[in-house]
Design a protein around this ligand. Structure first.
Ligand SMILES: *Cc1c(COP(=O)(O)O)cnc(C)c1O
Length: 360
């Protein structure tokens, strides 16, 4: 608190990111980073870009990166917007596309940054309960008597549950709300298998915006690159907001690294294939220990143990130098959100849990 803060600053409730402790030898399974690291070609491109040209501003339109993303997704560059992490892309979308007179609809259990943006921009929101098994029911997002959404936002797969709404369900929501923007945050879609992404619907639905990140499947959380795909009118709205905020959200190193990452399809495919295989193995081992976990289509598992308290389990893991995410949020406080690590990390987690469950 400071007397120098504006009234707006006093009223803010900031997002709390997962911790990034400076400790070595920690098994870090709390922020859904990718254990296999970025494409070596992306690292080489970043090194090569670190030269005298850094005295120059970067391309404010990120033309080369947009062209590569357009080619990767079978879209046109006018359908692509890029930003400093998908969190920034989301922030611009909340202000530029999701703020309307009617409330913004979102799931009650979802990415906890969404309500923070609503607070920052003064957007009324309506939290729609998930089913008991954490499934998102498309019908719950249809307009009803005297009530319709100003806009809709949800991650798919959802966070922190990992549950996937099949593409047909996404399309039903988008088609039922032709006058509202539907933002599908696809931060984890690359782990969901073929045919899950709503990018396939962009050409038919001018109210659909998908948002993507290089932080998870491309292992570039430290580079801060995200993007959106949608109708050129939605993209033009995002560009207006961006150019009132920061003309150069992506620096020269980020542009070079992201471009090389998109061009290295082999590394990307191999990395996500390994993570999906480890996820299924880890889920099986957790269930064998008595954990309950909804099926995950992401690079993390949302799990609880019927006989052991979630906060205590998280603390006991921490004592053994393993960190997972625990949310003190009513309704999900018994759950741990566990990032799928490499084989060694998964083995360390299972060994520690086995020990904790025996002694706790
Ligand atoms: C990780 C995550 C993001 C943020 O990604 P950045 O590109 O690193 O800002 C956005 N949405 C969801 C649901 C996420 O889990």
């Amino acid at each position: 608190m400071s007397r120098f803060w504006s009234a707006a600053t006093h009223g803010l409730t900031p997002y709390e990111p997962g911790e990034q402790p400076g400790l070595d030898n920690l098994v870090k399974l709390n922020t859904n980073e990718n254990p296999y690291g970025p494409s070596p070609k992306a690292l080489a491109a970043i090194r090569a870009a670190a030269d005298e040209t850094l005295r120059l501003y970067p391309d404010p339109d990120a033309g080369a990166l947009k062209a590569a993303l357009a080619a990767h997704h079978g879209a046109s560059p006018a359908q692509i917007f890029v930003g400093n992490g998908s969190d920034e892309v989301l922030a611009h979308a909340f202000l530029g596309l999701l703020k309307h007179e009617s409330p913004l609809w979102m799931p009650d259990v979802t990415y906890s940054f969404y309500p923070v943006y609503c607070g920052l921009y003064g957007i009324a929101c309506r939290r729609i309960p998930l089913a008991a098994d954490f499934a998102l029911r498309a019908e719950d997002y249809f307009p009803r008597a005297g009530e319709r959404a100003g806009a809709i936002v949800f991650p798919n797969p959802n966070a922190p549950t990992g549950c996937l709404l099949p593409l047909a369900g996404v399309e039903r929501i988008v088609a039922a709300n032709p006058d509202a923007v539907v933002l599908v945050d696809e931060a984890y879609i690359d782990f969901a298998g073929a045919g899950a992404s709503a990018v396939a619907l962009i050409g038919c639905h001018p109210n659909l915006l998908t948002v993507h990140t290089f932080s998870k499947s491309r292992a570039l959380a430290g580079l801060r690159v995200g993007y959106a795909i949608g109708h050129p009118d939605l993209i033009a709205g995002l560009e207006r907001v961006k150019n009132c905020f920061n003309s150069y959200p992506l620096d020269r190193l980020a542009l070079a690294g992201a471009l090389a990452s998109v061009q290295d399809g082999g590394w990307f495919e191999e990395s996500r294939r390994k993570i999906m295989a480890s996820r299924e193995a880890l889920a099986g081992q957790l269930r064998a220990l008595g954990f309950e976990a909804p099926p995950s289509a992401a690079n993390f598992i949302f799990a609880r143990h019927p006989a052991h308290d979630g906060a205590r389990l998280a603390a006991a893991l921490r004592q053994r130098a393993i960190i997972v995410r625990h949310f003190n949020t009513p309704g999900i406080e018994q759950f741990l959100r566990i990032t799928v690590g490499d084989d060694k990390q998964c083995a360390a987690l299972i060994a520690a849990l086995r020990e904790i469950l025996q002694t706790d």
